[in-house]
Write a protein that binds this ligand. Structure first.
Ligand SMILES: Cc1cc2nc3c(=O)[nH]c(=O)nc-3n(C[C@H](O)[C@H](O)[C@H](O)COP(=O)(O)OP(=O)(O)OC[C@H]3O[C@@H](n4cnc5c(N)ncnc54)[C@H](O)[C@@H]3O)c2cc1C
Length: 407
């Protein structure tokens, strides 16, 4: 099958809070923007029943409600959406390739916002009961189906305990398997005391899952006591796993820098190790993985992509033109030494109109263009001929030096 080829300014991989926010910023900057999502626009947050800590919603909102608003706003700014899985990428160079089953997307910038997926326990039988056979990762999705039943929650972090509390509204009993000693949990103190006081919640301490069993559907979770090694079979109708997430970064292996756990490493501008490729949200190695921080990341990545594209265009269409020699004055508007040199540059510009193209690049706003020229400090002058930098003057910037360089 011959694949279609389409061109965009920006391709965003992942339609969660981070990707949608990046989309809003890129769309609003009038960039031709495509967002590719493999399952559900809104991402992980749509699986959450109640989001109480996202600012602006004092009465809380369901994750789905919140994400629907993000989606609506991105569509308002003409972001295009494709529901498909990104299979591979080629990110080096000016034109980046993002490939799906049917289409090859050529793009100037890529924003990776693929988030993470739930971690499995690795216990025996697990693969046989995933999703509709009894092992779930989404209380919002599967709570109602467990009305009047007994369910297990594995984990004791914020997500486990808060979703476990939500499950008590439906299930008769919520059994929580906790790795730690009695009374020790990974969640915040408020959630912990509410959970411990909830009569529908029962805790089994110092345990991990050893095996999942059942005839076609999950019927029993066999827990193992970490201190005694004793096995404890527990009859359940469903089991909810909340033991963390692993990043969706397989397709970026050996392409983008990542930490030992596979989270992408960026700087504070959300830039990855490849120019024009940004990462945002839970897919990043970061301190706090929440909707509010995903939104912040997405905004920075969207803004960064816009700046990167604008700089690329200035660089190629103005600076690297080969019709006449060029002089790029790299300066910093807040540096008096740079400001003092401006009259020399402007005099030179006035005297050489039509012969030398003079461009001023203020690195206070962005160092991107200067860096492309191989310049990392200001003041500095880069001389350009035949579309190439042929001399960089940094120590003695004066008219004589410039004239000598041009000749
Ligand atoms: C149970 C639970 C409760 C939570 N409660 C809260 C809360 O109360 N408050 C709060 O602020 N946060 C909460 N969070 C965290 C919050 O949901 C995440 O921090 C947030 O969703 C991260 O957004 P994201 O856009 O980075 O990633 P995600 O929301 O994970 O979105 C990434 C998207 O990328 C898609 N994707 C991945 N790979 C590809 C690919 N190759 N091709 C195409 N698409 C791809 C995925 O399908 C996914 O939709 C909770 C999380 C969970 C699991």
């Amino acid at each position: 099958m011959k694949k279609k080829v389409e061109q965009y300014d920006v391709v965003i991989i992942g339609g969660g809070a981070a990707g949608l926010t990046a989309g809003i910023y890129c769309g609003r900057a009038r960039l031709k923007t495509l967002l590719i999502e493999k399952s559900l626009v809104g991402g992980l947050a749509t699986y959450t029943n109640e989001i109480e800590n996202y600012p602006g919603f004092p009465d809380g909102a369901t994750g789905l409600e919140l994400m629907n608003l993000f989606h609506k706003q991105a569509k308002k700014f003409d972001v295009r959406f494709k529901l498909t899985d990104v299979k591979s990428v080629r990110l080096e160079g000016e034109t980046k390739i993002v490939e799906t089953f049917r289409t090859i997307y050529e793009t100037k910038a890529v924003i990776v916002a693929g988030g993470g997926k739930p971690r499995l326990t690795g216990a025996k039988g697990e693969e046989d009961y995933l999703y509709d056979k009894g092992i779930s990762f989404c209380a919002t999705c599967d709570a109602a189906a467990n009305t009047g039943k007994t369910v297990m929650v594995v984990g004791s972090g914020d997500a486990a305990i808060e979703e476990g509390m939500f499950l008590t509204k439906f299930a008769d009993k919520v059994i929580v398997s906790v790795l730690h000693d009695e009374g020790r949990m990974d969640c915040n103190e408020i959630a912990k005391s509410e959970a411990l006081a909830n009569p529908k919640m029962e805790f089994i301490w110092n345990t991990v899952v050893d095996e999942f069993t059942g005839e076609g559907r999950l019927e029993e979770v066999i827990l193992r006591n970490l201190k005694t090694d004793a096995l404890l079979p527990v009859k359940v109708d469903a089991c909810f796993l909340f033991i963390g997430y692993i990043p969706n970064t397989e397709i970026f292996k050996d392409i983008l820098n990542m930490n030992n756990s596979g989270y992408l490493i960026t700087n504070e501008k959300m830039e990855t190790n490849i120019e024009g490729v940004f990462a945002a949200g839970d897919v990043r190695d970061k301190f706090l993985k929440q909707v509010a921080t995903a939104v912040g990341d997405g905004a920075i990545a969207g803004y960064g992509a816009e700046k990167y594209i604008a700089e690329s265009e200035t660089f190629h269409n103005q600076i690297m033109q080969d019709d006449m020699p060029g002089l790029v004055f790299v300066w910093n508007a807040v540096d008096p030494k740079c400001r003092d040199l401006m009259p020399i540059i402007e005099k030179y510009e006035a005297e050489n109109q039509g012969k030398v193209r003079v461009i001023k690049v203020d690195i206070y706003k962005s160092a991107g263009i200067a860096n492309r020229l191989g310049v990392f400090e200001a003041p500095c002058v880069a001389m350009i001929k035949d579309g190439k930098v042929f001399k960089i003057i940094k120590d003695r910037i004066c008219e004589d030096e410039i004239i000598a360089a041009i000749e």
